[in-house]
Design a protein around this ligand. Structure first.
Ligand code: GDP
Ligand code: ZN
Length: 450
């Protein structure tokens, strides 16, 4: 059978626009010829920076800059890689890229370099995703967390648990051949403490990953309250700048149904339910339907009441339509008009109740802290993982199967099956059993040249 050679791909790796330096990257097999022809006949020394002209087919100089040649397998993709660091202008970069295409490369798809790195075992799937997350990171904390995943800390934690599972599975499966020893096995192999250790490790990893998912995807907050109670004013206070429109006329928040602000680097997607009134207007109804969809996936419900009146009948009516089981915070606003500003007290009916003034800002810091805490945010300073929903789902699956295994001490065969499935769920995260279409979907969201 003929050896299947993946084709050669090329792309501009630097951001569009003008910059001091612009980079064209090429990856493929057997690129020494291409490297030689590009710079006029010299084969570059591997992994050395050469200052060279980049030539067109007539030997005319397109640009000059650094040429780097990384022969397989010691490169980002694991293939031969050439990097051309020229001047960062869109036209000159396009000319360099076109020259590479003329020499037999084709334009890379989004994420294709990283995908090749994954296929050549340079990165596992969680690390490959961290490449995209690092590029997209919008806060310092997110960038730190992404780079830790990229360096393999998250994958390492997964592999540790997988190793424990492998040991246990070998013990269980070996015992399956000797049914009369089942009872002794649980004792002598310390199967139960082993499973409990795995369960604890998974729960810890899930916690850290959930923090990371909050960091990455933010929290969904629903703001409930009658017109004029001070929702827009509170949003402004939380955002720390004049963002929403504050007016004395009820119903002006109608078009600003969703707003994203940041607290301590965490994006908060705040949906204002002011628009949730009965209406005959078709366009408005579509907006209301969308709002309800948002509400269903809320992490926190923020109920705003006027401190002078407390909860009204209209508040109770909306209350009954809100999904149960989502944590709530009751905020008494306009406390500057009645006193008692800034006190937070708890009662069984309103577990978290904060009195504040959106006008003066007093007491708002209490809400800031509570909002994150109520949603389950308690950052491990240095060791959160910037996990994706996909990772959390897989981790939850793995934990479910380990818990199920623990309840199967009476039937080793079923226990073995649960452990196998826990192992498989973890394999999904690092890409061991991940189907091609999911891989395609993950990499297609990368930018071109990465
Ligand atoms: P929304 O309709 O719920 O968004 O309410 P707004 O934020 O637009 O506020 C309605 C009115 O209440 C405005 O005149 C605000 O200045 C006023 N207001 C909002 N919060 C406070 C507060 O804490 N104290 C006082 N005294 N007035 C407030
Ligand atoms: Zn408003």
């Amino acid at each position: 059978m003929a050896e299947r050679r993946p084709d050669t791909i090329a792309a501009i790796a630097t951001a569009p626009g003008r910059g001091g330096v612009g980079i064209v990257r090429i990856s493929g097999t057997g690129l020494s010829d291409l490297a030689t022809r590009l710079n006029g006949g010299t084969l570059p020394t591997p992994r050395y920076a050469h200052f060279r002209p980049f030539l067109d087919e007539d030997g005319q100089m397109i640009d000059e800059g650094l040429l780097l040649y990384f022969p397989a397998p010691h490169s980002f993709t694991g293939e031969d890689v050439i990097e051309l660091q020229g001047h960062g202008g869109p036209v000159v970069l396009q000319l360099v890229l076109e020259r590479c295409l003329a020499l037999g490369a084709r334009l890379a798809e989004p994420g294709e370099f990283t995908q090749r790195a994954f296929l050549n075992d340079k990165l596992d799937l969680a690390q490959a995703e961290a490449v995209a997350d690092l590029i997209e990171a919008s806060t310092t904390a997110a960038a730190r967390s992404a780079v830790r995943s990229l360096s393999g800390a998250f994958s390492g934690a997964i592999h540790d648990i997988q190793d424990q599972l492998i040991t246990l599975r070998m013990l269980v499966e070996a015992t399956l051949d000797f049914p009369e020893e089942e009872i002794d096995f649980l004792e002598s192999a310390r199967a139960i403490p082993r499973m409990e250790a795995i369960r604890t490790a998974l729960a810890d990893l899930i916690d850290r990953s959930r923090q990371g998912a909050i960091m990455r995807e933010g929290l969904h907050v629903v703001l409930v309250g009658q017109p004029n109670v001070g929702k827009s004013s509170l949003l402004n206070q939380l955002a720390g700048e004049e963002r929403a429109i504050v007016t004395d006329i009820a119903g002006t928040t109608r078009d600003a149904l969703k707003e994203t602000i940041q607290i301590a680097g965490i994006p908060l997607h705040i949906v204002d339910t002011a628009g949730l009134r009965d209406t005959g207007d078709a366009v408005e109804r579509i907006g209301i339907e969308r709002t309800w969809k948002e509400i269903e996936r809320a992490d926190v419900i923020l109920r705003l009441v006027d401190a002078r009146t407390g909860l009204t009948a209209a508040d109770h009516e909306i209350d009954q339509r809100l999904p149960a089981g989502i944590p709530r915070i009751t905020v008494s606003n306009k406390c500057d008009l009645v006193g008692h500003v800034g006190e937070a007290h708890e009662s069984p009916e309103h577990p978290v109740h904060i009195r504040l003034s959106a006008k003066t800002g007093e007491g708002v810091h209490l809400l800031r802290d509570q909002l994150l805490a109520v949603a389950g945010w308690h950052p491990h300073a240095e060791d959160t993982y910037l996990a994706r929903k996909r990772h959390l789902t897989a981790l939850d699956h793995a934990l479910d199967h380990v818990v199920a295994a623990l309840s199967r001490t009476d039937a080793l065969e079923l226990m073995a099956e649960e452990l196998r499935r826990a192992h498989e769920a973890l394999g999904d995260i690092v890409g061991e059993f991940t189907p091609d279409d999911l891989l395609g979907e993950i990499f297609s969201r990368f930018c071109i040249g990465k």
